[in-house]
Design a protein around this ligand. Sequence first.
Ligand code: ARG
Length: 474
Amino acid sequence: MPAAERRQAKRVQFSMEKMWAGRFAKALDSKADDFNSSIRFDCKMYKQDIKGSIAHAQMLAAQGILSLEDCEQIVLGLCGILEDLNSGVLDFDMNCEDIHMFVEAELTKRIGDAGKRLHTARSRNDQVAVDVRMYLRDEATEIIELLERLIVTITDQAEANKDVIVPGYTHLQRAQPITFGHHLMAYAMMFLRDVSRMRDAMARMNFSPLGSCALAGTTYPTDRRMAAKALGFDGITLNSIDGVSDRDFCVEFMSAFSLVMMHLSRFSEEIILWSSWEFRYVELDDSYTTGSSIMPQKKNSDMAELVRGKTGRVYGNLMAMLTLMKGLPLAYNKDMQEDKEALFDSIETVKMCLDIFAPMIRTMRVRKENMYRAAQEGFINATDLADYLTKKGMPFRSAYKIVGQIVAECIEKHCVLDNLPLEAYRAHSELFEEDLYHEISLETCVSKRISEGGTSVASVEAQIAHVRKELNGK
Ligand code: ARG
């Protein structure tokens, strides 16, 4: 029986006695219990929850709130639970409302009364706020690593294609010649900003709400900073109501994830276009493409299409999170339990997409010949022809107009700027001389664009060096 079904089968008809049963005359209806419970998804945070409890117990003992013997039992008990969950010996009890209650109940089952002392001077409200922060911290660290791996891959491809000439586009119309390395480095810059955005969000998030308790703090002489330090936080949240109430850090990360997906999605769109017979600029490796069930010739860019598609759900999760929070009075409200599934889904989606994207780019074949052929058509050196006249003293606007007329003439004569005879040029302006052909060659157009950030090989090399330095030579 699959794990999910097994867990469902284990559920009792009527809910088991709750920790808060003392105040109630009747048990919770079993459907209401199901509806209310979050263990089926917050069990993902068991490691963080247990670590948080260990730090809390040690703080309580250091402050004399808990005896050293109780603390030792609690810590040993919690370590045992962690080990057993890791190894699979212990399964989550789906009758527990959430991961916090499960860990406490399991601990009490194992060590008795000492386990019942763990929840002194804390509440599930601060537990969940601390667990989500720690979970996000761990996951965001992994996402940053995946992003860095992708940036390295893109930079390597850019290096290998730093002098490959391809049309650059605006409005998806051929605009000016660029190097393919330049185009790829644009994405490296975007992903580099995504990394820095996540680091910024991490720095703002990394304050511990543990010890905020339900909302008002506690009468026990706790040392919140000690627990925070043990858990790797840079400090504590300075207002206990804020500590348990806000999920702004989730919004920040989910918005950073949305931007990662936006960048991946634009890249996907280009890869899909470039792979089409209309462009034929790249060919994805067989291992990252699929065939059709009916059309034998097809090679589809399914991975890129799926990444583009999955962007929608990551945006959706962000909207769900923002909407969830917008009307909530302070402090904790049960609505906030809805934060986790959206957050977890975004995390998993971004990780999956990044994981598939890097090898897809690494194994992508670049078809230089087709890129060059496309660059020879479409008058993408027209700006350079106008610049040629401008450099000889003609005002740019006048040069622009003359070149427009020359392009129209070429279209009529079915030729391109590079093979229109000099006499035809001179009929438009005496300033045209033999050197114009050299000035408007694709190679010159590209190699002369040495402005910082431009498309010349030297400039692309500088961009590559910058990115590699940012990644500390990875
Ligand atoms: N399962 C809850 C959540 O995810 C934990 C906090 C519950 N607190 C409460 N007062 N009911 O938000």
